[in-house]
Design a protein around this ligand. Structure first.
Ligand code: C5P
Length: 225
């Protein structure tokens, strides 16, 4: 049955943007809508998988299938913890979330006040844990899929990520191109896999991209059975 190729498999998906707190009312975030990750979670669930979706900030217009186990998080650190709790049992980790690379070194416990004579302020940032890299290096049987949103040198940068993060696939997309990427319903991606030439897919809906990614993963996971 084509529609239930992933039955008995556990798939862990992250989606959306993280928020890193500056103080109780302010944060640093990004423009991710979560649409691509949600589409992947839905496609995996429709293929019969047992899906856990770890979501940061997402666009409320995207529907999440009701049988998906949804965990909401805010920061990169919380997302890392949620992945940690689910990683061992999972067959594939798909990191579609737009994760902050840096977080404020200190989060003020009180709302920061504007002061009269201050014309500029500085916020110090520290590195966040690289979730994909951490779990790429810890994988045993898990398939690891990452995304690379780039504004330049797409293939070079994505190839670097494939290697550095020990991923099985990197889904690369150029976020400069109009009508694709952040917030849009369409995407144009290039698939990178160790030992294979990059495969450029045509521009299509995120739903279709998600279904094709799930098909790739199903084929790979079934080979291992
Ligand atoms: O290195 P870069 O952030 O561009 O890599 C993108 C990929 O790495 C995405 O799959 C993203 O979800 C993941 N990532 C992560 N932890 C971070 C930063 C990115 O898992 N701290």
């Amino acid at each position: 049955n084509q529609s239930l190729t992933l039955s008995g498999k556990k798939i862990l998906v992250t989606a959306g943007g993280t928020r890193e707190s500056i103080d109780p009312v302010r944060f640093i975030g990004n423009r991710s809508s979560g649409k691509m990750g949600i589409a992947i979670a839905n496609a995996a669930q429709e293929a019969g998988a047992d899906v856990t979706l770890i979501a940061g900030q997402i666009d409320s217009s995207s529907e999440i299938n009701s049988s998906i186990n949804l965990l909401r998080v805010e920061s990169t650190e919380q997302m890392a913890k949620a992945v940690e709790q689910n990683f061992d049992a999972t067959d594939a980790l798909i990191m579609a979330a737009a994760v902050a690379d840096y977080t404020p070194s200190v989060t003020s416990q009180q709302k920061m006040k504007k002061s009269e004579n201050t014309r500029s302020i500085f916020i110090n940032f520290k590195e966040t844990p690289d979730i994909l890299k951490t779990f790429g290096s810890r994988k045993t049987h898990q398939l690891i899929v990452g995304f690379a949103a780039e504004t330049q040198n797409l293939i070079d940068n994505a190839t670097k990520k494939l290697n550095e993060k020990n991923a099985d696939y990197i889904i690369a997309n150029n976020v400069n191109e109009t009508g694709v990427g952040f917030g849009s319903d369409d995407n144009q991606v290039t698939i990178l896999q160790p030992g294979h030439e990059p495969q450029k897919w045509a521009k299509m809906s995120k739903k279709l991209v998600a279904e094709k990614i799930i098909k790739l993963i199903s084929n790979q996971l079934l080979q291992g059975d």
